[in-house]
Design a protein around this ligand. Structure first.
Ligand SMILES: C[S@@+](CC[C@H](N)C(=O)[O-])C[C@H]1O[C@@H](n2cnc3c(N)ncnc32)[C@H](O)[C@@H]1O
Length: 278
């Protein structure tokens, strides 16, 4: 396991994933009923953008930093809420002005939960698991587990709450990650068909992406993709988020936010929104 999310914190892929995650959480916590959240590949929880990893790549400069520099007028509410979540995390460190600390998915999730909601975060990398434990030390709402997130899909679903959001955000280091992911997702859906699943994927091999999406066509889906001009040869330039069982109004919210996000990320950036069917 070599992947460290710290190298990529706040980049264009995080912008897509975390903006959508904020909106999913908002819609799913709008109802009174309790919510269970599982983050199968949680990462370190939060990232120092000036630290040893993110400070080396500076990927946030082409991602969240561009959105933060945008004028507030004309900013869609979805984007404003995402940026408010980012800034609120940064402020905990006493930062002022330039963004220095970026929240990972566990921090974004935790900030949206209500009393009585439950959150399990799995992370396998030993250093990131330690960081994640430290991030939530003493917080009884967050159950940090140094275990295989794919296994958690079998072990923890269906949740007692019967309402759940499952974020699956693998590192795609292994050549068979799509197959592994599809198998685990099928198992999760068999156990908990009504859960809302948000699955991040890189677009490097279009045929592999198409095959993955085809495997779930026929379900209630919304697929969002974001493409940027290649940052450097061989670097990731496109990614997607497949949302199974999206909450009511989620598509509308993404439709409103994505053109604005595209515009802020710069020339040559594009987004697409589709509902793949069988
Ligand atoms: C893309 S990063 C996660 C980023 C995080 N979800 C966020 O948005 O802030 C993927 C993480 O999964 C971890 N990982 C890899 N295989 C795993 C597995 N089978 N179960 C749990 N975590 C795993 C990696 O160490 C890495 O930290």
């Amino acid at each position: 396991m070599n992947y460290r999310h710290g190298f990529h914190a706040g980049n264009f892929a995080d912008v897509l994933k975390h903006l959508a995650l904020c909106e999913l959480l908002r819609l799913l916590t709008a109802k009174g009923k309790k919510l269970f959240v599982l983050d199968t590949h949680a990462g370190a929880g939060g990232y120092d953008l000036g630290g040893a990893l993110a400070g080396r790549t500076r990927e946030a400069a082409g991602g969240v930093a561009r959105l933060l520099a945008a004028p507030r007028s004309g900013m869609p509410a979805v984007a404003a809420r995402y940026l408010a979540a980012v800034s609120a995390y940064d402020r905990k460190f006493g930062s002022a002005g330039v963004l220095r600390h970026y929240p990972g998915s566990p921090r974004i999730i935790r900030a949206a939960l209500r009393a009585g909601d439950r959150f399990v975060a799995c992370e396998l990398h030993p250093q990131d698991a330690v960081a994640l434990r430290r991030e939530f030390a003493g917080d009884r709402t967050v159950d940090v587990r140094e275990e295989d997130g794919y296994h958690a899909l079998k072990a923890l679903l269906p949740p007692l709450e019967r309402r759940g959001l499952i974020l699956i955000d693998p590192p795609f280091e292994a050549p068979d990650e799509f197959e592994h992911l599809a198998r685990a997702l099928r198992q999760g859906l068999r156990r908990f068909a009504t859960g809302c699943y948000a699955v991040w994927y890189p677009v490097k091999d279009q045929a592999a992406v198409d095959e993955f999406l085809r495997a779930f066509a026929g379900l209630k889906l919304l697929n969002v993709e974001l493409r940027v001009p290649p940052p450097a040869p061989g670097k990731l330039a496109a990614c997607g988020l497949l949302v199974i069982n999206p909450p009511w109004k989620f598509a509308e919210a993404m439709n409103e936010a994505l053109p604005w996000v595209t515009g802020q990320l710069g020339p040559g950036v594009s987004t697409s929104l589709s509902s793949p069917t069988a």
